[in-house]
Design a protein around this ligand. Structure first.
Ligand code: AMP
Length: 445
């Protein structure tokens, strides 16, 4: 690379900047909006007694291959995997298998009979980048590990909806299906393959490959011709046991009792191998067609066994895309602007004032006041402009005269009112605080 060539972020990844920005037609929310969303998620989780877990970005490749499933798209095509020494690493493409690994590794079942865990963090998939589909993206998700009760499935679904509601997204569509237990799968798979084989020449290349590798995934197709063929295909619900069917009825009843509306979708199988019984997906019309899924999840009672546990560990959870959430929120993105404006801007005139301002702003900041002061010895006019741009609530101008007299003018930027203030941290703090709580300045005069 020549010295004049500049570096750019890798396609399908992006920078989160202090201000909203755009990349390849996608608006990327600013960091303050991300923090607001993350906090809202954390607060919702708190109310449900769900505690945070943070696992490494790097995991053993075999964990993902076995956990997510050897024949899934993620494992066959989308892993950022590499070798160093004799270890195979993967940048995690999802977080459910890593969370289950951590649960087993640290025997978290010894601490609580049901572990309710959530995570927020980056994931990596080598997909073709497009709107709503990136190579580095962020997921938040919840895992209830240790309960096989249908009440856990219902609570996970309801809290997922509550999290979106807390963020202002109420108009989502919940799709729901049951995959039955593992006993239903082989017979259904055989029936589906028998049904589809005569249609094989009409199937897309991907679906034709899936017919031998992972036939259930064909049900996920968005291809209109294939959907038409599937209209007459055998239905999974006819293969699941009576117990699974009862369980599904109970789930629907629990959701209905809480006013949660849903559509039953017999074609919903989800992309990952580890699901059993409940499967669900949350969609939004605010997102474009193929990428309209906000979140998805289900029960995955087999995952622990797949990744080496001697005993089965029942679990249910969901994973949600943060970027999709921001895309859906774009219409109301202004509600997410939580950039904190300074309480006080100090206009600094001269070296002595600069010294005073550096000492005083530190004292004020330690006392909890948001202070900005000029760092570049700019003109008074330029500094006032900056105070305006930052929407500072109060401005104080400090130069030689003010330092000599020990008094300066404190200007309330909302109403241009000025008051004298003693030039010490205590008095400034009091001056700033009083302006913050005055609703009607006329009344207090
Ligand atoms: P999955 O783990 O595939 O079930 O995905 C769960 C959620 O993560 C999806 O509903 C999307 O919101 C989000 N998601 C998955 N893959 C990507 C991606 N490549 N880019 C952005 N978001 C994604």
């Amino acid at each position: 690379m020549s010295r004049t060539e500049s570096f750019r972020s890798i396609k399908g990844t992006f920078d989160i900047l202090p201000e909203p920005s755009s990349s390849d037609g996608t608006v990327i929310a600013g960091s303050a909006a991300w923090r607001f969303v993350e906090q809202t998620i954390a607060e919702t989780m708190d109310r449900y007694g769900i505690r945070e877990i943070r696992t490494p970005i790097l995991e053993p490749t075999a964990l993902i291959a076995r956990g997510v499933g050897e024949s899934t798209d993620i494992v066959t095509k989308e892993m950022f995997a590499f070798e160093r020494g004799d270890t195979q690493y993967v940048l995690r493409p999802e977080v459910t298998a890593p969370v289950m690994r951590a649960y087993l590794q640290h025997s978290l079942d010894q601490q609580r009979s049901v572990q309710k865990l959530y995570y927020i963090g980056p994931c990596f998939r080598a997909e073709r980048p497009q709107k709503g589909r990136y190579r580095q993206f962020h997921q938040f998700g919840v895992e209830y590990i240790g309960s096989d009760g249908v009440a856990a499935d219902a609570e996970v679904i309801v809290l997922m909806i509550d999290t979106y509601r807390a963020l202002g997204l109420t108009d989502c569509r919940l799709r729901l299906n049951t995959l039955g237990d593992e006993s239903a799968r082989p017979a259904f798979r055989d029936a589906l393959v028998d049904f589809l084989r005569p249609h094989a020449p009409k199937l897309s290349e991907t679906s034709a490959r899936r017919l031998t590798e992972n036939p259930l995934r064909i049900l996920d197709t968005k291809n209109a011709d294939e959907r038409a063929i599937l209209e007459d295909a055998p239905r999974l619900i006819d293969f699941v046991s009576g117990a699974s069917r009862d369980r599904f009825e109970r789930l629907k009843d629990l959701l209905g009792a809480q006013g949660v509306t849903f559509v039953e979708d017999p074609f919903l199988v989800r992309g990952l191998d580890y699901y059993t019984e409940t499967a669900f997906e949350l969609e939004s019309d605010l997102l474009d067609g193929a990428q309209n899924s906000l979140a998805g999840g289900g029960r995955y009672d087999l995952l622990a066994l797949e990744i080496g546990s001697k005993t089965a560990v029942p679990a249910v959870g969901f994973a949600a895309g943060m970027e999709r959430l921001f895309l859906a929120l774009q219409g109301s993105a202004s509600a997410l602007q939580r950039d904190a404006a300074p309480d006080l801007y100090i206009v600094v005139l001269g070296e002595e004032a600069e010294r005073w301002a550096s000492v005083t702003s530190r004292v004020l900041r330690q006392a909890g006041v948001r202070v900005e002061a000029d760092l570049s010895a700019r003109s008074a006019k330029a500094q006032m402009r900056e105070a305006n741009r930052l929407s500072a609530r109060q401005v104080v101008v400090v130069g030689e005269n003010e330092l000599r007299s020990g008094v300066a003018r404190l200007r309330d930027m909302a109403n241009a009112e000025e008051t004298d203030v003693r030039l010490d941290a205590e008095a400034l703090k009091a001056g700033v605080a009083s302006s913050l709580f005055v609703v009607n300045p006329e009344a207090t005069r």
